[in-house]
Write a protein that binds this ligand. Structure first.
Ligand code: CP
Length: 308
């Protein structure tokens, strides 16, 4: 995987994903062993859009591997404010850094950046398009908490139209055996047609759609909640109308399986009541921690660093 560029989860084969999950688990078992692996290596984090988990977990990952980090979380503090293009910024950063992680609000920006990059490049989220390292986080979480990545009924709930984490997860899970999706959303925020045609129907995957979480919750092995994203709406009144349509609380969990796993890429707003946080089925903060370990594995693999 040395020198690889990651734009879309399908840039990684299932074998490469298995290798990343295996390495992340080895790091979890013995973090100390990996603490100096990236001495003299530099990660650049270029965040044109706000982030807590993705940026901090990338930076924590590199620092815990003994490497260093440069970058910006506010593009106007760089020459982006003077009108510098993504391509010129990336070509410049390649002069200084060994690996780049970039988040940008525009779909397709990751392709432009990856093409300009002469070092390993990782898409840390491009608009409503893809968020492959969140998907790797989700796969590591599911693999560790459920013990498998196949034979699962996965409910995805909330904004399934603009949610890049949802699009990436559907694509990734579609490669495993006997996966059934149940999409729970308002009609306006349903999974886009191109995902249905090009991913679900092409791969003959089973899926169902619902506007009622309570009606389907008992069928689920995994419930993946998502936020209705204010920043993706053009019209504030539509956002206000749709934002609180799905709020998971203890009442709604009554009919859920005892071993349901509740995930959320976070940040949450109202869609999971805080009363759920103490339920053993709530796994979203564990998920955020797994995010750091899978990014440690990704950095090591993309830099070609082997540890005996
Ligand atoms: N899950 C996720 O991408 O969170 P941030 O936006 O905080 O990075």
């Amino acid at each position: 995987m040395k020198g690889k560029k990651l734009i879309d989860p399908s840039d990684l084969t299932t074998t490469e994903i298995e290798d990343l999950i295996k390495l992340a688990n080895q790091i979890i078992q013995n973090e100390e062993k990996y603490s100096k692996c990236c001495e003299n290596k530099l990660l650049a984090t270029l965040f044109y859009e706000p982030s807590t988990r993705t940026r901090f977990s990338f930076e924590a990952a590199m620092l815990r591997l003994g490497g260093k980090v440069i970058g910006f979380s506010e593009p106007n503090s760089s020459s982006v404010a003077k009108g510098e293009s993504i391509s010129d910024t990336i070509q410049t950063v390649c002069c200084y850094a060994d690996i780049i992680a970039m988040r940008h609000p525009k779909e397709g920006s990751a392709y432009v950046a990856a093409n300009a990059s002469t070092v390993s490049f990782i898409n840390a989220g491009d608009g409503g398009h893809f968020h492959p390292t969140q998907t790797l986080t989700d796969l590591l979480t599911i693999s560790n908490l459920k013990g498998r990545l196949d034979n699962l009924v996965i409910g995805l709930c909330g904004d399934l139209k603009f949610g890049r984490t949802v699009h990436s997860l559907i694509k990734a899970m579609s490669r495993y055996q006997n996966i059934t999706f149940i999409f729970i959303s308002p009609e306006e925020l349903q999974v886009p047609d191109y995902i249905k045609k090009e991913v679900l129907e092409k791969n003959k995957l089973k899926y169902d759609e619902s506007t009622n979480l309570e009606e389907v919750i008992s069928k689920l092995d995994i419930l993946y909640m998502t936020r209705v994203q204010k920043e993706r709406f053009f019209n504030e009144s539509d956002y206000i109308r749709l934002k609180d349509m799905f709020i998971l609380d203890l009442e709604k969990l009554k009919n859920a399986k005892k071993d349901l796993t509740i995930l959320h890429p976070l940040p949450r707003v109202n869609e999971i009541s805080t009363e759920i946080d103490d339920d053993p089925r709530a796994a979203y903060f564990k998920q955020a921690k797994f995010g750091m370990y899978i990014r440690m594995a990704l950095i090591l693999k993309f830099l070609g660093i082997e540890v005996d």
